[in-house]
Design a protein around this ligand. Sequence first.
Ligand SMILES: Nc1ncnc2c1ncn2[C@@H]1O[C@H](COP(=O)(O)OP(=O)(O)OP(=O)(O)O)[C@@H](O)[C@H]1O
Length: 340
Amino acid sequence: MAKQPDIELVSLTKRYGETVAVDSIGLRIPAGSYCCLLGPSGCGKTTTLRMIAGHEEASEGDIILGSENITGLPPAARGTAMMFQSYALFPHLDCTDNVAFSLKMRGMDKDTRRARAVDMLKRVHMDAYAGRLPAQLSGGQQQRVALARALITDPQVLLLDEPLSALDPFLRIRMREELKSLQTRLGISFIHVTHSQDEAMALADLVVVMNGGRIEQAAPPREVFNKPASAFVAKFIGGHNVLPAAVARAGTGEGPFVAIRADRMSVQAGTSGEAGVTSLHGVTRSVEYLGSTVQVGIDVTGLETLSATLTEARFDASPVRPGEPVILSWKPEDVHVLGR
Ligand SMILES: Nc1ncnc2c1ncn2[C@@H]1O[C@H](COP(=O)(O)OP(=O)(O)OP(=O)(O)O)[C@@H](O)[C@H]1O
């Protein structure tokens, strides 16, 4: 296989009038990565993706693929392909012709392009449906055809904008696994926009957390979870309590906040004893049974509601009820000082 290229964004910016949708971002995506752009609505994920695809002109900055600056190239000349939502399939064309469409545009003869389309349909396990119209397929099957249609041009980078959002939860997880295995088999980079933390954590080699047009953190999923760079990342990723450093007595001058994983918290009923360096008095607000874990919400005066995620066994050994006073504690080594 030819060496796949890295993709690099250099001071990439997009302005719409007064609105700065993407604010001078810098990012290197190593060849063969599964990269997820993650963030809340309006943070600039889609605009970034569309600039990489060439569907949106950059206001400033560069997009480099391997050694080539592709910033000014038209979409079809970039070596990228965008997977559009399944409803963008042509309703009057069967799966084979939908997938072969861009090859037709490139002037490839009918037999060759249909053979290549069927080959691509095989890769996404849809060759048995090659002669069906999109309306005769389930949502998940349509997604696979849309995927084959994007991959038929042999892109070096596949761009996906919320590809799983229209699917039901069961199918979403199945398609998620298929996307990952397809990316691994093809060995090309996928850049996937999502607002789902779970999706990004499950799929990505590189999670890029965006906020207000900027990149808050770009790192492998475990690093984002265990060492969030900022209070925003810790809160957005979830599973953390963000506390003022002074409250956690961790005021080291490095940042105003600390994060402590919710599954590293202990909860004890009662009020006895002083709140120490690693504990706080609070009142149980909620107890949610989630199957293998129990989520306990705790109100502490002056702070946002904190949470503790306990295994069912730990909870059962020392159960607490809503309204009950509790002591919430943690180990000093579980305190992660946030940079900002
Ligand atoms: N064509 C446009 N004209 C003006 N403003 C735009 C345009 N497209 C996007 N924006 C603005 O740019 C910002 C980033 O939008 P973008 O669609 O990239 O966000 P997003 O993170 O993908 O959000 P979502 O998850 O809701 O799709 C938003 O403030 C949005 O209102």
